[in-house]
Design a binder for this molecule. Structure first.
Ligand code: NAD
Length: 361
């Protein structure tokens, strides 16, 4: 039976803005890609993927036949601008009138970077749980510097979620990718601009992953668990696109950017520690996390889940030193931002020390 979550007084004030996107969800629904392109008026699509997923892009192009304008299987992590420029040349040469991105956040990032520059419509087919397909956010790197922008041009018009495409996602990517999505949902619960609809989606997202993430890693072909995880990813991506993130995303971007650590794995490790940082300052959010994971303590339950799905369970295992923790704490408190508990250098340093040792938060 669900435990009651502590709720705030009914006098709460909020604003809610839904993001415009059409979502098609379910096993086998990739088959509808041609019909969707027709619906969107796309006749010469640029089909994007990473090199690793080139065969998936080729299969998709075969499926849409004459609606393929060009295939570009060159997407790379962190959306390097030089890759975008090279893809843009091919898009223009092919006179493509729309974008089809099949893959994870890296491929979707390339599609968004092209849409930002051309305003072409995007049909996105996610194959990880990162959630970028549901956001108007684009992160790009140029000469090693990452910048992020928000623009309605970047928000994909249509998303097809087909869990069949995720069965090839190996356990070492599935687990951290799911925890990355959970991190969006946890921070949405205590966001400064959160609202009741987003809280419903966030809690349901955490619940869906709580049920599915371990089964997905145990048996990657379990379509029912894969569907549940992808459902959680959709909800978490919507949370990420709708409200502002706090200390967890700041610390992960700092650690990832400064020490070149893998995006999803660092989210996976840190979310329990970030939640613990806010444990006393965000009681309603913590109670929702605990309820979603059928536990008494939200941060503790996130830690337990992380131990089951992460390949590295401490910052020490990522090769960081204690001096690196000092540097990260200094950087993480620059540019003040909203967080339920005041962000102090000492508080962040303590949190990093716990994560360094892999202590239960
Ligand atoms: P990714 O897209 O880099 O994918 C990781 C690897 O897994 C790639 O080699 C990819 O080809 C492969 N892969 C993906 N799906 C697969 C499948 N089903 N089967 C087999 N292999 C598969 O990783 P990601 O974690 O999805 O995305 C990370 C990137 O997305 C980061 O650059 C991050 O900043 C960005 N991101 C952006 C947003 C946003 O809103 N802008 C949100 C989340 C993540």
């Amino acid at each position: 039976m669900l435990k009651p979550a502590k709720t705030q007084p009914a006098s709460k004030r909020f604003e809610f803005q839904s993001l415009p996107s059409r979502v098609i969800f379910g096993s086998g629904r990739l088959q509808e890609v041609g019909a969707e392109l027709e619906r969107m008026g796309i006749e010469r699509a640029a089909v994007l993927s990473t090199a690793d997923q080139a065969s998936q892009a080729a299969n998709l192009a075969a499926m849409i036949g004459a609606r393929t304008g060009v295939i570009y299987p060159g997407a790379k992590m962190h959306t390097p601008v030089e890759v975008t420029i090279s893809a843009l040349r091919e898009v223009e040469a092919a006179r493509a009138d729309g974008i089809v991105a099949i893959g994870g956040g890296s491929t979707i990032g390339l599609g968004k970077a092209l849409a930002y520059r051309t305003d072409l419509p995007q049909l996105v087919i996610p194959t990880t749980y990162a959630g970028s397909e549901m956001t108007p956010i684009l992160g790009q790197t140029e000469r090693g510097v990452k910048t992020t922008l928000r623009s309605p041009r970047v928000q994909p018009e249509t998303v097809i979620y087909d869990p069949d495409l995720t069965v090839t996602l190996p356990p070492f990517i599935s687990g951290p990718s799911g925890m990355n999505a959970i991190a969006h949902a946890v921070e949405a619960l205590y966001a400064e601009d959160t609202n009741p609809v987003i809280c419903l989606m966030a809690e349901e997202s955490i619940r869906a992953f709580g049920r599915s993430l371990v089964p997905v890693m145990t048996d990657g072909n379990d379509i029912s668990a894969r569907g549940e995880a992808l459902y959680g990813a959709w909800l978490a991506g919507t949370c990420l696109g709708s409200v502002a993130m706090s200390i967890h995303h700041k610390i992960c971007h700092t650690l990832g950017g400064t020490f070149d650590l893998p995006h999803a794995d660092i989210h996976c490790l840190m979310i329990a520690y970030s939640a613990a940082y806010n444990r006393d300052a965000a009681p309603e959010a913590m109670s929702r996390v605990a309820r979603a994971l059928d536990a008494d303590d939200g941060p503790g339950a996130l830690y337990e889940l992380m131990l089951k799905v992460a390949s590295k369970t401490s910052l020490a295992a990522f090769g960081l030193s204690e001096a690196d923790l000092d540097k990260a704490a200094d950087l993480a408190v620059q540019n003040p931002y909203y967080n339920p508990r005041t962000v102090t250098r000492d508080g962040v340093r303590d949190m990093l020390q716990s994560a360094f040792e892999g202590r239960r938060p």
